[in-house]
Write a protein that binds this ligand. Structure first.
Ligand code: 13P
Length: 347
């Protein structure tokens, strides 16, 4: 394992003022997003929208890396340049989603575990080790794997189960080690979903437990923490809860939860937006970075929807340039939030 390379990549990805654009929606998810704004999805429709986003003038000042999907890493910009080569030429690291989705857990109805370590010939996937080698050769320098944790405490249900947390924690650790052995910085993403009516305390407990288990598994298999990034959810009430905490409270409890549950030598923290509004996701990050307390890590972003929603809407309704303007604006707002310098008046 080339620890120096991994540490340098991780540090560059969370350089002050910068964060990650998550543009790694699977074809199924991207189809939903495009259809949501009235565009028919096709390989070319997905390429054209994303190539335009990546070509946004100046975005490299706020974007250190872009997470791509397998289809996109093989596609080209409008002028025929391969997308990973183009991103590299702008000083932006190409990253790659390497999980292959989720499967229902036997014995835990309604719960899922993320897969992608073993080959899936029926779906055209080689094993993770082989795919990491290939992606590295194509220019990728980091990877992402997302575990999905649902909370459901209604009508006698008690999700997540301990098995769901443990199996996902193990898979995250095994993935992270394989990536590191191939020179890719793993983004470790255990996402506790916002869907549900749970309160913020329940979110904090579940988040803390999955983080604790994940890093315990990472320790057991020998993941090099400084060469890995964590992509967590914020500590936030379920969308259907009628007890919503203030933004300041969300920021404080998120930092507290992470500081207690995450090893302090991890290479950096890049939050997901998880269904928050664009402005909420920016404000929460800004508040965390504006706090007087010193954090053990850089606190940054790896937003999908919160960086792309406005750009996608503009792509559908106003065209290419308007989409780039919308993306550049959100990227700038989140870049300012990296140092606590964002303000609502800038919106
Ligand atoms: P959201 O910011 O839309 O939650 O997406 C981030 C991501 O990459 C989820 O895996």
């Amino acid at each position: 394992m080339d620890k120096a390379l991994l540490e340098a990549t991780a540090a560059a990805l969370v350089k002050p003022g910068k964060g990650i654009l998550a543009a790694d929606e699977s074809n199924g998810t991207m189809t939903k997003r495009l259809e949501g704004v009235g565009i028919e999805s096709s390989e070319e429709a997905r390429r054209a929208y994303r190539a335009n986003l990546f070509a946004t003038p100046g975005c490299e000042s706020a974007v250190s890396g872009v997470i791509l999907y397998d289809e996109t890493i093989r596609q080209t910009m409008d002028d025929g340049t391969l997308i990973p080569e183009y991103l590299n030429s702008r000083g932006i690291f190409p990253g790659i989603k390497v999980d292959t989705g989720t499967v229902e857990m036997s014995g835990c109805p309604g719960e899922v575990v993320t897969k992608g370590i073993d080959a899936e010939p029926e779906n055209g996937w080689s094993n993770l080790d082989t795919r990491c080698k290939e992606y590295f050769e194509m220019g990728a320098r980091f990877a992402k794997w997302r575990a999905v944790i649902k909370i459901d405490t209604t009508s006698g249900s008690s999700k997540p189960s301990m098995d769901c947390l443990t199996d996902n924690a193990r898979a995250l650790a095994n993935y992270a080690l394989i990536c590191q052995q191939q020179g890719l910085v793993p983004i470790i993403e255990p996402e506790v979903l916002m869907e549900g009516a749970h309160d913020a305390n329940t979110c904090a407990e579940v988040t803390s437990e999955i983080l604790r288990q994940t890093f315990e598994e990472c320790r057991k298999v020998g993941v090099h923490n400084p060469g890995a990034l964590l992509k967590p959810n914020m500590v936030i009430s379920g969308k259907d809860s009628n007890e919503q905490n203030s933004r300041e409270h969300v920021a404080i409890s998120t930092v507290e939860c992470l500081t207690e549950s995450v090893p302090h030598d991890v290479g950096g923290v890049v939050f997901l937006s998880g269904g928050q509004s664009d402005e909420e996701a920016t404000d929460h990050l800004n508040r965390m970075n504006a706090m007087a307390v010193e954090h053990p890590w850089q606190l940054s972003y790896s937003y999908g929807r919160a960086l792309q929603a406005a750009a996608l809407e503009a792509w559908a309704n106003e065209g290419a340039e308007a989409s780039q303007v919308a993306f550049a604006h959100r990227a700038k707002m989140n870049s300012l939030a990296r140092s606590g310098d964002w303000d609502i008046s800038l919106e």
